[in-house]
Ligand binder design. Structure first.
Ligand code: IPD
Ligand code: CA
Ligand code: CA
Length: 264
């Protein structure tokens, strides 16, 4: 059953990515959802294409998709719930920075069981199935086993929706930056998580996340052998708007620092 969900997720992500590629050179109308938070016709058109594939294949399943249904369903922990980000990296898309993705996950009883993060411009498809593993373009992927902070690269997102936390975020950034070999802010949380899963970076943290940013990516990291928690170290990061995802040796160090600076 989960394998069937993964097939649908892969088809749905591809349908969204096709739409985004076709709109890459179009002049877009950019609307504000909130200050510093944008939506375009591309987000909406991609979402329509993704949802069509899901509803054609599973007409009875519930869907939480960024541009059409923001509320956490009351019984989100029961049965199948699809979680969709039709364009992760909207600000990159608007600025023609070719680092964007479509993220599609199927959750069962509150946990992601199948997930895809599709890099739209590089055609890198990261996908995972609970209990079976994670792949990049059909090759199995694993997190790194690097335990040396000074050799590690961390990925993050800036807290542009929670600027009240900026000073604490910068204090954390400084502490980590002094210890690691590199930090990156690329603009797609879903791809950040996929990169940790693929061993391209050792860890990721961000505050102010939504479930559609992370549902597929967290499964990728877990299935690639990494660890995903909220800043307090709890297992339930999907709905908590904060996430630490890392390889096994560095997770607790990163999580404890996030906790120290960002949990009040
Ligand atoms: C955003 C991206 C970004 C992250 C933000 C997300 P969007 O998603 O993932 O990297 O820093 O927290 O909201 O708005 O482009 O779908
Ligand atoms: Ca997103
Ligand atoms: Ca989005």
């Amino acid at each position: 059953m989960s394998a069937e969900l993964l097939n649908t997720a892969r088809k749905a992500a591809r349908a969204g990515a096709d739409v985004l590629r076709s709109m890459w050179n179009q002049k877009l109308t950019v609307e504000n959802k909130a200050k510093f938070d944008f939506v375009t016709q591309a987000d909406k058109a991609s979402e329509k294409a993704v949802l069509k594939v899901i509803t054609d294949n599973h007409p009875d399943h519930r869907i939480l998709a960024e541009e059409s249904a923001h509320e956490k369903p009351r019984d989100a922990d029961q049965g199948v719930l699809w979680i969709v980000d039709p364009l992760d990296g909207t600000n990159n898309f608007i600025h023609h920075i070719p680092h964007i993705s479509v993220s599609v996950a199927a959750c069962r009883d509150g946990r992601p069981v199948a997930g895809v993060v599709l890099d739209v411009t590089r055609d890198e498809e990261f996908y995972a199935l609970a209990g079976k593993g994670a792949w990049l373009n059909d090759r199995p992927i694993k997190v790194t086993d690097c335990a040396q902070k000074e050799k590690s690269v961390l990925l993050t997102g800036f807290p542009f929706r929670v600027k009240s936390k900026l000073d604490d975020y910068l204090a954390l950034f400084k502490t980590l930056f002094l210890e690691v070999s590199g930090m990156r802010r690329a603009g797609s949380a879903a791809l950040d998580l996929a990169y940790v899963a693929a061993g391209r970076a050792e860890g990721f943290w961000e505050i102010g996340l939504e479930p559609w940013d992370v549902a597929a990516g967290m499964l990728l990291v877990e299935e690639a052998g990494g660890k995903v928690t909220d800043f307090s170290g709890r297992d339930r990061a999907l709905w908590n708007r904060e996430m630490v995802a890392a390889n096994q040796p560095l997770h607790s160090w990163l999580q404890e620092n996030c906790n120290r600076f960002l949990v009040s």
